[in-house]
Structure formats: structure tokens, C-alpha cells
Write a protein that binds this ligand. Structure first.
Ligand code: ZN
Length: 488
């Protein structure tokens, strides 16, 4: 900090109320562009931008009449930062080999994520939320991206790395338009609602099937990959066409109406289904997309086994490995990447995923769980309150998230000593309960309209910012390491 002030001694104008030492300048944030000095500083309640020189930042001008402005972290100021310093704006990243999405439901995790990504050769997607998450946290795509922009600026990350912004699990053309209009660089189209989920007998398949235009492409020859041969029997093909036909048409129409001219990476998600995506089905969907002129960067199949939120992989790792390798070959064949959803904490299968040179993996709620672990470490009474509330909100949350959590396996928080509370975050049932009840925890209100937990939680996280960043550095760092990302 001293250094920072010294370097810019000639430029900074410490007039009344603007003594630099009082501001807790973030040293990595200091930038200059066309004669304007901009940096971020810590104040007791929240961070603030300081701009010295003529600029468009909105804020409070220095009382002494200098060109110095104290600019709050507003959307307009985030836009200005993105224009002045393009490394603060998201870019397309899915063309890179290893990319990892790290959702931040609270808008406070990016600094910790940056610590981890500085250590490994993977590119981050810092802004990544589904519409479901936006609704449950009361945030907008502006909020999510702005939080990432401010953290990237604050930490000076970086002129060479860059980051992506993912409009995740978008289900309608309107949602796609919304993410596009806010500058998101990845559009993840969730085709799940167009995939036929119900089982069909052979007779039902025959009755419902109308001949597929390119049926002969599939039935007359088998597909040879390095590690598998895909062959399609007529019966299998017809069933597959009925299951995926509508989803293919949906993705095609969204692409041609909204995405073909947009400067974004397109991800096709077919993971939110009951049954795993077989390699033949993956091949079918990818080939249909290509044949219809749809350019896409990645495709998310549903893999065998269970990818439940916030806990390790459940299933046969050997089988996962065999199938994943075939999926990866199919992706290589068509030139897209495999995308692994619900990817947080899947430590058992990370080495398999990381064996492939190209992949995308998404984690979402695990950074929220680390924030709650911090609460358990720092404020036992508050944690107990939140924990009991989460148990009471579980049934409601289960309607939105599929988890197998059994609350009767969770130790009673009243019986645990303060120091034992963090160990709940090593217990799958407890992790899942906290993982999926975030919406209720953050929005719960008392009779007088005040938040039950929200304000106290954010206050705790603010006071323990560095500890939170270190938890994330370790936790996300462990993900990156097991995914075989190389140390920088
Ligand atoms: Zn998904």
C-alpha cells in the first residue's frame, strides 16, 4: 500500500478526507488509463473505487474541488471499468483446453477463486448462475457479473488470463436474450424440458415414430472411434429419435434465431434427465447439431452414476471412466468439449476427467458451502440457528433440487461442541441440506420485515474476508489439482 501511494505520489491528491492511508488501498488494483488513476480501497462497510482525473465514474466528488471521485460499486461504474480496463470484462473462454466454472451465489467469492486460479493453468468462469439461482438469491445477471468485475479489478487478475461469464441453464429464448443483453459470453441452453422422460414400450415407439430425415446415416454404417464402435439398431435409433428429437429442434431454433451471429460460446445441456446419456445418444445429438449448422463449444451429457450437489461421486468409477473416455472421443470427433455439470466435490472422478486434455467443469454451490463452513468456524451460535432453520426448510428445497440427504444422519447441533461444528461440512447429509436451502436462508425474514440471517451473515463474511478467500483457495485449489491442472 505504501508502495502504491509512493508510485503515484505525484498523481494522487490527498486533500482533506482523502488521505490514502485512511482508505486501505488494494495494491493490485492500481491502474492508470489515459491520465486517469483508478484504484479500489477498503472502507469499513464496503469497498469503493477512487478515480483521480477526468472520468465518467459516478460518485461523490472531492470536497476540495479536485478531479478526485469516490465511486461506489454500482452497475454504471462496473460498466466504466469494463470499458477502461478490458481485463475486467468477460471473454469467450470455452475454446481453451481446461475451463472451470465457479459459481458465486453471494457475490463475495471471486477473490478466493482468483487465489486458486493464479496457481493453476485453467481458465475460470467467475460469473455463472442459473435463472433458478438468480431467483433464489434475489440477484440479477448485472449483479453477478459486476461482482466478478469488481473482484477482478481489485485483485488485478489479469492482463493475460481473462475469465468467462456463463448464463447457465437457460431454458427459454427470453432467458437467452436476457443473458446475451447483459454481456454474458457463454450461453448454456438447458434442453431438459424437451427430452422425453417417460419410458416407452416397443409398440409405443413404433406407433409414435415418424421417419427421421437422416435415418439412413445412422442405420447403414457403424461409427468407428479410437476406443469404441457405435452401431445403431433400427429399434434403438427410433427410440433415441423420440427421446431427443424435440430437444434437437429446440436447440436448433434457439441457435439460429439468437446465437448464430452472437459473439458467444454455446453450450448444449442435456444433463438434467432421469437416464444417463449413452455414447450413441451423445453422438446422435452432436451430429444432428452439426448437420443443422449449429456451432457449439461444449455439450453436457448426463453421466452414469450420481452427480449430486455438493458431495462426491456415487457410482462405479471404472464404468464412469470407460464411458467418459468414449464421450471424450465423440467430442473430439465433432470438435466440442465435454462439459461436466454438478462438478463440485467429485474428487473420485476428477483424475478421470483431468486425463482428457480438453474439458469444462462447473461447480456452483460448493463456494456457498465454504462460506457456511466459515460461519460454523467463527460464530457457533449463529451457525446453530441457521442450521436448525435449514432443516426446517429442507422439504421445500427438495422440490427444486434432487438430493438424497437424510436429516436423521446429521448430528444434533445442540449436542455438538462449538469446535465440532465445522466437521458437519465433511458429512454428506449436512452438506446437502445447507447446499440446497441457500434461498430460504438468505431470504428468511422476521415478523418486523428484517432479515433473519442475511445481514448477520454478510457482516461475518465481510469481517472474515481473508479467511473465506483462503478456504476457497484451498478447496477450489484441490479441485484444480485433482483435475490434473498444472501448477503455473
Ligand atoms: Zn446441468
Amino acid at each position: 500500500m505504501e508502495n502504491a501511494v509512493k508510485v503515484y505520489n505525484g498523481k494522487f491528491l490527498p486533500k482533506q478526507g482523502l488521505d490514502p492511508s485512511a482508505y486501505g488501498v488494494y495494491p493490485n488494483s492500481i491502474r492508470e488509463m489515459e491520465g486517469v488513476l483508478v484504484y479500489m480501497a477498503r472502507e469499513s462497510e464496503r469497498d469503493v473505487l477512487i478515480a483521480v482525473g477526468k472520468s465518467d465514474f459516478e460518485g461523490v466528488p472531492d470536497a476540495a474541488g479536485t478531479d478526485c471521485v469516490r465511486a461506489p460499486l454500482t452497475h454504471k461504474n462496473a460498466d466504466i471499468l469494463r470499458q477502461m480496463f478490458p481485463f475486467c470484462a468477460p471473454r469467450r473462454v470455452l475454446g481453451e483446453k481446461r475451463t472451470i466454472g465457479v459459481g458465486d451465489r453471494l457475490g463475495i467469492a471471486t477473490s478466493g477463486h482468483i487465489r486458486a486460479f493464479r496457481r493453476f493453468d485453467a481458465l475460470p468462469v467467475f460469473a455463472q448462475q442459473s435463472i433458478r439461482e438468480l431467483n433464489l438469491t434475489g440477484r440479477t445477471y448485472e449483479d453477478v457479473l459486476d461482482a466478478a468485475t469488481f473482484a477482478v479489478f481489485r485483485e488485478g487478475f489479469s492482463h493475460t488470463h481473462g475469465f468467462g461469464a456463463d448464463g447457465d441453464h437457460l431454458k427459454t429464448p427470453e432467458e437467452v436474450k436476457y443473458a446475451l443483453s447483459r454481456g454474458y459470453t457463454i450461453i448454456t441452453l438447458d434442453c431438459g424440458e424437451h427430452i422425453r422422460a417417460s419410458a416407452m414400450t416397443d409398440a409405443e415407439v413404433s406407433a409414435a415414430y415418424t421417419p427421421w430425415v437422416r435415418e439412413a446415416d445412422y442405420l447403414e454404417q457403424s461409427v468407428r472411434l479410437d476406443n469404441a464402435v457405435l452401431a445403431f439398431s433400427a429399434e434403438e435409433f427410433r427410440r433415441m429419435a423420440l427421446i431427443y428429437g424435440k430437444a434437437i429442434e429446440f436447440a436448433e431454433s434457439v441457435y439460429h434465431s439468437l446465437l448464430s451471429d452472437a459473439d458467444v460460446d454455446f453450450e448444449i445441456s442435456i444433463d438434467e434427465t432421469v437416464a444417463p446419456t449413452t455414447p450413441a445418444q451423445h453422438y446422435f445429438v452432436a451430429k444432428e447439431m452439426r448437420d443443422r449448422g449449429v456451432k457449439f463449444a461444449s455439450l453436457a451429457p448426463r453421466f452414469c452414476g450420481e452427480f449430486q450437489k455438493g458431495v462426491d461421486y456415487v457410482g462405479d468409477v471404472k464404468q464412469f471412466q470407460r464411458e467418459f473416455q468414449v464421450h471424450a472421443k465423440i467430442a473430439e470427433h465433432f470438435g466440442h468439449k465435454i462439459s461436466v455439470h454438478s462438478g463440485s466435490d467429485k474428487f473420485k472422478v476428477f483424475p478421470v476427467v483431468g486425463e482428457e486434455t480438453r474439458f469444462h467443469l462447473k461447480t456452483a454451490g460448493t463456494s456457498w458451502l465454504e462460506a457456511m463452513r466459515l460461519v460454523a468456524m467463527k460464530d457457533a451460535p449463529l451457525y446453530r440457528e441457521v442450521h436448525r432453520f435449514a432443516l426446517s426448510a429442507l422439504e421445500d428445497a427438495r422440490r427444486r433440487y434432487h438430493v438424497s440427504a437424510d436429516p436423521s444422519n446429521i448430528p444434533d447441533v445442540s449436542a455438538l461442541a462449538d469446535g465440532e461444528l465445522p466437521s458437519l461440512f465433511s458429512q454428506s447429509d449436512a452438506r446437502q441440506v445447507i447446499h440446497i436451502t441457500y434461498g430460504s436462508i438468505l431470504s428468511a425474514k422476521a415478523h418486523d420485515g428484517s432479515f433473519l440471517f442475511r445481514d448477520r451473515l454478510f457482516c461475518l463474511w465481510r469481517e472474515n474476508e481473508d479467511a473465506y478467500a483462503e478456504l476457497l483457495n484451498a478447496h477450489i485449489g484441490r479441485h484444480l489439482e485433482l483435475l490434473r491442472c498444472k501448477a503455473r
